[in-house]
Design a protein around this ligand. Structure first.
Ligand SMILES: *[C@@H]1O[C@H](CO)[C@@H](O)[C@H](O)[C@H]1NC(C)=O
Ligand SMILES: *[C@@H]1O[C@H](CO)[C@@H](O)[C@H](O)[C@H]1NC(C)=O
Ligand SMILES: *[C@@H]1O[C@H](CO)[C@@H](O)[C@H](O)[C@H]1NC(C)=O
Ligand SMILES: *[C@@H]1O[C@H](CO)[C@@H](O)[C@H](O)[C@H]1NC(C)=O
Length: 336
């Protein structure tokens, strides 16, 4: 009994000493903020926490050197990590295999500046641990609103064991545009980008995939995937266009063709029924449609699944003549 409580006391004391010796969260190079302490399986399982550019310096590493290295890359990086006192790496996301550990596991003084205690990672048992940092005010890749006639639908969940979209296709140096084009060429009506470079197509979503909004994976169900509390789900830039969102781990940036009843939107000036009809006629279309007060659409057939709707849906005045009706939101006033 006596021995046990001494041991307990001793370990409490040890933890306190360790905690006191670790630099508090907040130690960060200019332009960066300290993030969390994470296991890095780079040497143990060959699975790096961050897979971007990397450099090692066993004698002179500091947090400033690592920041300068990541900041000097052609592509902007949102995260950097220093592992086990010597390995600096950059990336825009964390790989899916990692584990967060307590701050006290980041306990290695940086070899190039011993005052930077806890800034350069450490070891937890035998596992290398990384001190990670997040770029302040970094631009998060944006969902592309539309590509041609395809519209961005948002961020949807996926999983390796039950794919939301069945067909993986080749999309070159992946961008939203290249993936949409690849899916369209194969006759699919959904295109999804994942993990920055994967292009998936399908006729419909499967396995309960749904818009995952802005949940950040901290609810526990997929906490091993997303740890950036401020990030959107689909926050990985595309391999071929880093400012475009190309999903994330287990996250698809999803696109589908808009369901347009008429195929072509044309410029009809200050839109009236007359200006739209004549714009469509001059391009040899047989049908003109007015929508949303100011949009003029032309075609030679009305594409399914469209049919007449109530006239009340077409209630917006034309921008060019407010005595005329120019359709409504998602409702076309059609002229043959
Ligand atoms: C980040 O953005 C805020 C608000 O625009 C600004 O006040 C702050 O100086 C910026 N910080 C850095 C490091 O760029
Ligand atoms: C998407 O998330 C929902 C709700 O968490 C889940 O039921 C579904 O299985 C997930 N689907 C895929 C494809 O991951
Ligand atoms: C892919 O696109 C990126 C961004 O435009 C570019 O930096 C890179 O060199 C391209 N890679 C290949 C293999 O073409
Ligand atoms: C469009 O037409 C309306 C109604 O005739 C007129 O008030 C408006 O100034 C016109 N706008 C332009 C840009 O010509």
């Amino acid at each position: 009994m006596h021995t046990l409580s001494s041991l307990a006391l001793a370990s409490v004391f040890l933890v306190q000493v360790l905690a006191a010796s670790v630099h508090p969260r907040g130690l960060a190079p200019p332009g960066w903020e300290s993030f969390i302490c994470l296991i890095d399986c780079r040497t143990t399982f060959g699975l790096p926490l961050l897979t971007g550019p990397v450099f090692a310096d066993t004698t002179g590493m500091t947090i400033e050197k690592c920041a300068a290295f990541c900041d000097s890359q052609a592509v902007p990086y949102r995260f950097m990590g220093i592992t086990d006192g010597s390995v600096c790496s950059c990336d825009n996301y964390f790989e899916s295999i990692f584990e967060s550990v307590s701050d006290s596991s980041c306990n290695t003084p940086c070899p190039g500046n011993p005052l930077e205690v806890g800034g350069c990672g450490g070891k937890e048992l035998n596992n290398p641990v990384a001190s990670t940092y997040r770029k302040i005010n970094a631009t998060i890749p944006a969902l592309v609103p539309s590509v041609g006639l395809w519209n961005g639908l948002g961020c949807y969940n996926d999983s390796v064991s039950a794919r939301a979209l069945q067909e993986r296709v080749e999309a070159g140096n992946t961008t939203v545009e290249s993936c949409v084009a690849a899916c369209q060429a194969q006759g699919f009506t959904l295109a999804g980008l994942e993990f920055g470079r994967e292009c998936w197509c399908g006729p419909e979503l499967q396995h309960g995939s749904r818009n995952s909004g802005n949940d950040n994976g901290l609810d526990g169900s997929n906490s091993n995937h997303r740890i950036d509390p401020n990030a959107l789900n689909c926050d990985m830039g595309c391999q071929g266009a880093p400012t475009e969102s190309c999903g994330g781990p287990d996250r698809l940036s999803l696109d589908s063709p808009s369901m347009r009843a008429l195929e072509r939107r044309v410029d009809a000036g200050n839109v009236t029924v007359e200006s739209c009809v004549s714009a469509c006629q001059s391009q040899s279309f047989t049908i003109a449609g007015l929508e949303y007060a100011q949009e003029c659409w032309c075609g030679n057939e009305i594409m399914p699944p469209r049919g007449p709707t109530s006239q009340r849906a077409c209630s917006q005045a034309c921008v060019g003549d407010n005595t005329e009706v120019c359709g409504g939101p998602d409702a076309l006033q059609v002229y043959f």
